[in-house]
Design a protein around this ligand. Structure first.
Ligand SMILES: [Zn+2]
Length: 252
């Protein structure tokens, strides 16, 4: 199938869908200036990730974790949603899209106006205490780290605080995971956008959708392990692709 044929077909599925879900990964945010952490120059090319167990056990690991989080905050706190985020928000408000399941922690879907967002890997916009579970806005902690260069403590219980994101070696948030499965199992169209579809268990969601009979569409710069099973695959700019689909599905 040519790209053009694929786009027409996707547009038709989107127009006819009654419970479409978008599943997004890092690729949707690269146009907002946030590099894919797996790509050359991405976060993990420069930094060794701190695993959850290390974070729990070691003050040094917590300092290193906060150093990395502080750098990311400094570099990306002003990132803005791009056209792709905006189109998904528009589709949701037009009831074309049920919502977004995302692997991203950048909060850009909400910033674009999406109200139904399931963040599989949590959010970098908040800080949580792993001892008393209290959540806080992250700004104060970033300011404190900028001064002290030492991992901050929970203002409530003096416990260990981390970004409200899922660390390597940490389980996905249970309620979010179950809600995602519910959306996916009841979807008639799943648009997998900007995800390499290799990080488990998150990547099993599009596979599940396909097995349940939903149309599975993959829009990503690179090939993915699910391309062979997808009903349509588009390998070009994400913003451009969504804009083309939008024009075909909803001509003004
Ligand atoms: Zn606490």
């Amino acid at each position: 199938m040519s790209t053009d044929q694929s786009l027409h077909r996707i547009a038709q599925w989107l127009r006819e869908a009654s419970s479409a879900v978008a599943f997004t990964g890092a690729g949707i945010s690269t146009d907002s200036g946030i590099p894919d952490f797996r790509s050359p120059g991405g976060v993990w090319a420069k930094n060794t990730p701190v695993y959850y167990q290390q974070f729990i056990e070691s003050p040094q690991a917590r300092n290193e974790y906060w150093r990395q989080k502080f750098e990311a905050h400094r570099d990306f706190q002003h990132a803005q949603p791009n056209l792709a985020h905006q189109l998904l928000a528009r589709w949701e408000s037009a009831n074309t899209l049920r919502g977004v399941v995302t692997q991203n922690i950048d909060g850009l879907h909400q910033a674009a106006g999406n109200r139904h967002v399931l963040e599989l890997h949590g959010t970098a916009r908040e800080v949580e205490c792993i001892d008393c579970q209290q959540r806080f806005s992250n700004d104060l902690f970033m300011d404190e780290f900028a001064r002290t260069r030492i991992a901050p403590f929970c203002p409530q219980c003096r416990g260990r605080v981390k970004s409200a994101t899922v660390l390597f070696g940490q389980a996905l948030p249970d309620a979010v995971w179950r809600q995602s499965i519910d959306w996916i199992q009841n979807a008639d169209l799943v648009l997998a956008i900007g995800s390499s579809l290799v990080v488990e268990p998150a990547a099993s969601l599009p596979r599940m959708a396909h097995e349940r009979g939903a149309h599975l569409v993959i829009i990503n710069r690179d090939t993915t392990p699910l391309d062979q099973r997808a009903d349509a695959v588009v390998r070009q700019s994400i913003s451009e692709t969504l804009q083309q689909i939008d024009r075909l599905a909803f001509p003004s």
